[in-house]
Design a protein around this ligand. Structure first.
Ligand SMILES: Cc1cc2nc3c(=O)[nH]c(=O)nc-3n(C[C@H](O)[C@H](O)[C@H](O)COP(=O)(O)OP(=O)(O)OC[C@H]3O[C@@H](n4cnc5c(N)ncnc54)[C@H](O)[C@@H]3O)c2cc1C
Length: 223
């Protein structure tokens, strides 16, 4: 498969260990909401990152970096203006066509492909109910609050529920995202998009199945 050149045009830290990186591709890139890029880093490492948003000449990524993690550390340290190669957008965790009520569950940076999907559905005029359940550990791990609140104001059919697993805070629910899956909700939402840790995805799929959701209604990506 042909590769493309990407140039880093911006980077900012969203939390102490999550940063947003903006890149400009050398040629127009067609990305479906939910797809990821496989970066061929200058060190020779290959790492995949979900596309969080796509504009005409830029793509955004949301990346977690911890002490000792090689690829994400390299990406956090490459100077602005650096170039590297990438595969064109890949993956089948994509938004379906059509207007249906959708339920999104994301943990940590698993938020990234869901954000791309939500933005795309809203901007193409889908006014069906959309609920994002966004789980992080504590307040210091919350990001994109402002962006999501602007979307909620602009689109009354879209709503975010924040969950903190390790801290109590007003405006945030305490608990695990999978606790939100009830039979009442599964009567409303027709499609389920899950992205995050393998443990969360496994639990959420099991809960959805217990609540009567068919496998064909569930899409997921785990990392
Ligand atoms: C389709 C796809 C999309 C992805 N999208 C994103 C994204 O949008 N944002 C993002 O930050 N990451 C994403 N990832 C994960 C990413 O590809 C890397 O695995 C991650 O950045 C760690 O790589 P690294 O080189 O920094 O760390 P490494 O040096 O490879 O790993 C460091 C250590 O941490 C462990 N580890 C790796 N990833 C995780 C994790 N997520 N949680 C806990 N332990 C882990 C490894 O097993 C290893 O022991 C995605 C992965 C896939 C397959």
């Amino acid at each position: 498969m042909q590769t493309i050149t990407l140039r880093i045009t911006d980077r900012k830290w969203l939390t102490k260990d999550v940063f947003e990186m903006v890149i400009e591709p050398s040629e127009p890139v067609s990305a479906k909401p939910g797809q990821f890029s496989m970066f061929l880093l200058p060190s020779g490492l290959k790492r995949s990152y979900s596309i969080a948003w796509a504009r005409e000449w830029s793509l955004g990524y949301i990346i977690k970096k911890l002490e000792g993690w090689k690829g994400s550390t390299e990406l956090s340290e490459l100077p602005i203006g650096s170039e590297f190669r990438s595969m064109p957008p890949l993956g089948h965790f994509t938004l379906t066509d059509g207007d249906v009520a959708r339920y999104f569950i994301g943990t940590g940076t698993g938020f990234a492909p869901l954000y791309f999907q939500i933005l795309s559905a809203l901007s193409r005029g889908d006014r069906s109910e959309m609920l994002l359940v966004f789980w992080v550990r504590s307040m210091q791990d919350v990001f994109y609050r402002e962006e999501l609140s602007l979307l909620e104001k602009a689109y009354p059919n879209f709503c975010t529920h924040y969950y903190l697993s390790r801290e109590d805070n007003p405006g945030y629910e305490r608990g695990y995202v999978t606790d939100t899956i009830t039979e009442t909700l599964t009567g409303v939402y027709k499609e389920y998009y899950l992205c995050g840790s393998p443990a969360m995805v496994k639990d959420a799929r099991a809960r959805l199945s217990e609540a009567g959701v068919e496998p064909g209604q569930i899409r997921f990506e785990q990392y």
